[in-house]
Design a protein around this ligand. Sequence first.
Ligand SMILES: [Zn+2]
Length: 97
Amino acid sequence: MFQIFAIAALIGVIPGYIAHSKGRSFFLWWLYGAAFFIIALIHALLISPNVAEVEQRQLDNGMKKCPHCAELIKADANICRYCGRDQHSETADATPA
Ligand SMILES: [Zn+2]
């Protein structure tokens, strides 16, 4: 009996991981995946990513938003890798006086 729960808990990690990478709660999707693996797996693959949450995680991980093109770039970057614009001259303008 224990083995069934162990296997369910183990395979539940798969939809949990997929959902987490789309900005959803790993824990809830892990429970869901452990209970209804096939349904949760398909569901996790079909849900659209929570863009705001994914972006917020990247901002928490030391990324910043380019003030020109709004793409996420490294906080240490001097030049945006998307639009190629300088990150120093305009950051001063963005801060309210
Ligand atoms: Zn840019």
